[in-house]
Design a protein around this ligand. Structure first.
Ligand code: FPP
Length: 249
């Protein structure tokens, strides 16, 4: 490494602890390609992806990020081969079971965002257990988006409002944007400040559509299993160099 690139790298990783994004969202993409490049099965790619998530959660918790939301399984991922779906569900189950020792012990909270009714009873019970166990923790809140779809989330919230209007609980002329936001899976969670997508893709893929209205995006060609401390710090440092105007001047 040349002297120049060493200085440059060091500088680009400097982050200002007082201007951290409160909420980071990540589309963890590239597990399959990571495995293919090595002649390994996709399931090994997902396992390495799960290890990467563990690393990044720990780093975010240590530097003081308050919310980390990760896209683990979308409403469209059911289209994958059954064996891959089973493998992802198994990994998620393992992750939740270990969360107790690996995450909760560090004062971290875990929430699962998505349509839980379509998940197995075992998974639903495990989610309830972990959410209850960690609900009083005040450190990083890890939100795992599982069977999550942004359009579906907005659609369900609108239906909920319509039901309440039908029951006379809400008056249509009084419905506000806040009423809708309170009926999303992310109720009570601030909008993401920074969204990261790995593996070179530049799409939002139905993730946090309502919440990402003013989110800063950061993309990298790095495949998710290779995502490390230097990448999250680089994303945060770049975020801190941006000028957020929220539609103003
Ligand atoms: C996208 O990569 C990744 C997913 C659809 C699943 C993300 C899952 C994990 C990171 C591991 C399990 C998660 C938890 C919370 C334990 P891809 O398979 O679409 O990759 P490709 O585009 O290279 O094929």
């Amino acid at each position: 490494m040349s002297v120049f690139s060493r200085i440059f790298n060091k500088k680009s990783l400097e982050i200002d602890k007082s201007g951290l994004p409160k909420h980071i969202a990540i589309i963890m993409d590239g597990n399959g390609r990571w495995a293919k490049k090595r002649g390994l099965s996709r399931s090994l790619g997902h396992r390495e992806g799960s290890n990467a998530l563990k690393r990044i959660t720990e780093i975010c918790s240590d530097i003081g990020i308050k919310y980390l939301t990760v896209y683990a399984f979308s409403t469209d991922n059911w289209k994958r081969p059954q064996s891959e779906v089973d493998n992802l569900m198994q990994l998620l189950m393992e992750y939740l079971k270990k969360a107790e020792t690996e995450l909760a012990g560090k004062n971290n909270r875990i929430r699962v965002l998505g349509n839980k009714r379509a998940l197995s009873h075992d998974m639903q019970n495990e989610i309830k257990r972990v959410e209850r166990l960690t609900e009083r923790n005040t450190g990083l809140c890890l939100n795992i988006a599982l069977n999550y779809g942004g359009r579906e989330e907005i659609f369900f919230a609108v239906k909920e409002i319509l039901k309440e209007v039908g029951r006379g609980k809400l008056k249509p002329e009084n419905v506000t944007q806040e009423d809708l936001a309170e009926r999303l899976y992310t109720a009570g969670i601030p909008d993401p400040d920074l969204m990261i997508r790995s593996s070179g893709e530049k799409r939002i893929s139905n993730f946090l559509l309502w919440q990402a209205a003013y989110t800063e995006f950061w993309y990298t060609d790095v495949l998710w299993p290779d995502f490390r401390k230097e990448h999250i710090l680089e994303a945060i440092a770049e975020y801190q160099r941006r000028n957020r105007r929220f539609g103003g001047v």
